[in-house]
Ligand binder design. Structure first.
Ligand code: GSH
Length: 194
């Protein structure tokens, strides 16, 4: 098995999808967390000046979703057909749009405006796409289900209960938390605000 080292901050954030996949597959990895206050001193040592990165046998790879997709393929967490993958990737990209465009550095007013305007179309679309299915892909779990849970954690901090109008999505989060390997990870992971 390759040697894996994930470098990120002590946030769940964009690192958590990678940690979930490692946890789900019981894959040992080094969970290196840089103190956010010390980041400026580290930034230039990363190929794109961003984290998360994963080192695989000493080679550095960037972009959380590219890394997660690579790991998910090996873990059997991607689609069983190309069309399933198309749907799964679309879910990931809808959620990623919300994360990428979120005004993380903005004030509360900006964040609230963004959530009011941009969240309902995406969340109601995902709620409809999921419907009464167990997982986004139907009867099998994929990394899209994990990523919904990770995004929930990122946004909940800013607006607790932001997804309360979407019962299917809330139930999905619960199901993800009931996966034994994920439950064990949640129990043992370091405390972090978001
Ligand atoms: N699309 C990239 C985004 C990477 C990114 O923006 N990372 C942030 C933390 S979530 C970062 O490195 N911020 C510090 C900086 O830009 O200096 C990914 O998913 O990996």
């Amino acid at each position: 098995m390759p040697n894996y080292k994930l470098t990120y901050f002590n946030f769940k954030g964009r690192g958590e999808i990678i940690r979930y996949i490692f946890a789900y597959t019981n894959t040992p990895f080094e969970d290196h967390r840089i103190d956010y206050n010390e980041w400026p001193a580290h930034k230039s040592s990363f190929p794109f000046g961003k984290v998360p990165v994963v080192e695989i046998d000493g080679v550095v790879y960037s972009q959380s979703l590219a890394i997660a997709r690579y790991l998910a393929k090996q873990a059997g967490l991607t689609g069983k057909t190309p069309i399933d993958d198309l749907n799964i990737d679309a879910v990931i990209d809808h959620l990623d749009d919300l994360v990428t465009l979120f005004p993380w550095e903005g004030d509360e007013k900006k964040k609230n405006e963004y959530m009011d305007k941009c969240f309902p179309p995406v969340l109601s679309g995902l709620e409809k796409a999921l419907g009464n299915k167990k997982w986004f892909a139907g009867d099998y779990v994929t990394w899209a289900d994990f990523f919904w849970d990770n995004c929930y954690d990122m946004f909940e901090h800013h607006r607790p209960g932001f997804a309360n109008a979407y019962p299917h999505l809330l139930a999905l989060r619960k199901r993800v938390h009931e996966i034994p390997e994920i439950a064990a990870w949640i129990k043992k992971r370091p405390e972090s605000q978001f």
